[in-house]
Design a protein around this ligand. Structure first.
Ligand code: UDX
Length: 438
């Protein structure tokens, strides 16, 4: 199948590379010449484990190409995946200018039947706007070329994007055009393995499914964070409570980890956007309002623990910080709790020395020289009053506690990701505090 993917961000590049892996002839379009240059030179412009191999293999095989030429890209694919960014606007609604611009371009140049697929996370009703944009351009040209619009939201997680795409739990396809459904079925047939994973539904339900999934997951996290804070007050241990409730199959163990708040490019943005959509229809989504409010507070939780211990005035204090990315296996710092914590420490006069296994470059980009950086986790500890753990990277799981205790000015470890057994850490003479633990 000839496929065009518009936008080479996380979603676009993973979609393009993984579809090429199954023998499709894929052309990826991006208007950012820098990105296309990197891709053509065999690199990838983002950090995503395993993606470089899939891209390299398919480029080599001639099944995956990159272009900045809009006309060529429209001519190429029978299927046009729109995977451009939908950044949040001032009011929390998703900014659709790139999506509609992509649709317009398809309308401007198409000469035969196209399936236009919304892969970007877009508000309910966007598929209709995409169809309108295409129709308007066709009308402007005075031609009538058939097309189908499909909503096919992506559920991939950063850091596990290739695996998520290759082994999906479900493939949601919102479509009302039989021809388009047939084409989507043939593209996704190799991903179905032993089970039927494709759920065909009407377009609006597909669009809402994406938001509902992320909102549900964000709700679980905020719920657990609030309970963790309560557990601290009650003298209960949230880790035991987590296991206690997760063992109920109706609840399950996933996404019940309390911590210093959720970040990233999806949960914060999608929760906001869904609330915003509801407001447009005269509804206030109260549960999600609370989910957001709890998350904003939770990002301050470690900071609160610092202030409780060292006071509001942190001048002359120095803090070691492990983990800058919003979660492990990514260099993405969008909406990362580390940013809130660092801001809070700096504004109270403290200095910060941080380490992250892959997000250091990204951090320098975002934070510049407002903080110090170390090339190793242990290097951050020199002269520090306490260690703050913000991201649960594997390499932080079994550190040399003796050395931590000996290097810190005061052996205080504030763990925002509940990595250790408190009793074990305390044996090293470390004053250890985590989220919701006894
Ligand atoms: C998420 C969804 O999981 C994915 O399906 C969707 O397509 C995009 O949004 P992602 O943002 O990559 O993926 O990260 P995810 O692994 O879901 O984590 C999001 C945030 O929640 C992170 O900050 C993480 O630290 C936090 N989290 C996750 C918790 O605090 N506790 C948990 O139990 C799980």
């Amino acid at each position: 199948m000839k496929i065009t993917v518009i936008g080479t961000g996380y979603v676009g590049l993973v979609t393009g590379a993984c579809l090429a892996e199954y023998g499709n002839d894929v052309l990826c379009l991006d208007l950012d010449q820098r990105k296309i240059d990197i891709l053509r030179a065999g690199g990838i412009p983002i950090y995503e484990p395993g993606l470089d191999d899939v891209v390299a293999r398919n480029v080599e095989a001639g099944r995956l190409r990159f272009s900045t030429d809009i006309e060529e890209s429209v001519a190429h694919g029978t299927v046009q995946f729109i995977a451009v960014g939908t950044p949040p606007g001032e009011d929390g609604s998703a900014d659709l200018q790139y999506v509609t611009a992509a649709a317009r371009n398809v309308g401007k140049y198409m000469t035969d039947y196209k399936v236009v697929v919304d892969k970007s996370t877009v508000p309910v009703g966007t598929a209709e706007k995409v169809a309108d944009a295409i129709r308007e351009e066709l009308a402007r040209r005075g031609v009538d070329v058939p097309f189908g619009v499909v909503s096919n939201p992506e559920f991939l997680k950063e850091g596990a994007a290739v695996a998520d795409f290759m082994r999906p739990d479900r493939i949601v396809v919102g479509a009302e055009d039989e021809r388009a459904i047939r084409i989507m079925r043939s593209i996704y047939q190799p991903f179905q393995r032993n089970h039927e994973r494709m759920l065909v539904m009407d377009i609006r339900s597909a669009e809402l499914t994406k938001y509902a999934a992320n909102a549900m997951l964000a709700t679980r996290i905020s719920f657990m964070n609030e309970l963790a804070n309560l557990a601290e007050k009650l003298g209960a241990d949230i880790e035991l409570v987590r296991k206690g409730i997760g063992s109920d199959p109706r609840i399950g163990y996933s996404f019940l980890y309390p911590g210093c708040g959720y970040g990233g490019s999806c949960f914060p943005k999608d929760v906001k956007a869904l609330r915003r959509t509801a407001t447009e229809y005269g509804m206030d989504l109260q549960v999600l309002g609370a989910v957001e409010a709890v998350n904003d507070l939770q990002k301050e939780r470690l900071l609160q623990k610092v202030v409780d211990r060292f006071g509001e005035d942190l001048r002359g204090r120095r803090f070691a910080l492990w983990g800058l990315a919003f979660k492990p296996r990514t260099d993405d710092m969008r909406e990362a709790p580390s940013l809130v914590i660092i801001d809070g420490l700096l504004s109270r006069g403290a200095t910060v020395c941080a380490f992250d296994p892959v997000a250091m470059q990204e951090a320098r980009h975002t934070l510049g020289d407002r903080i110090d950086y170390s090339v190793s986790p242990m290097g951050t500890l020199t002269d520090a009053d306490a260690l703050l753990i913000v991201t649960e990277w594997k390499e932080f799981q079994c550190p040399d506690f003796e050395r931590i205790a000996a290097t810190l000015k005061q052996p205080v470890v504030l763990d925002g990701r509940n990595l250790y057994d408190p009793a074990m850490v305390r044996e090293y003479g470390i004053d250890y505090d985590a989220i919701g633990r006894r």
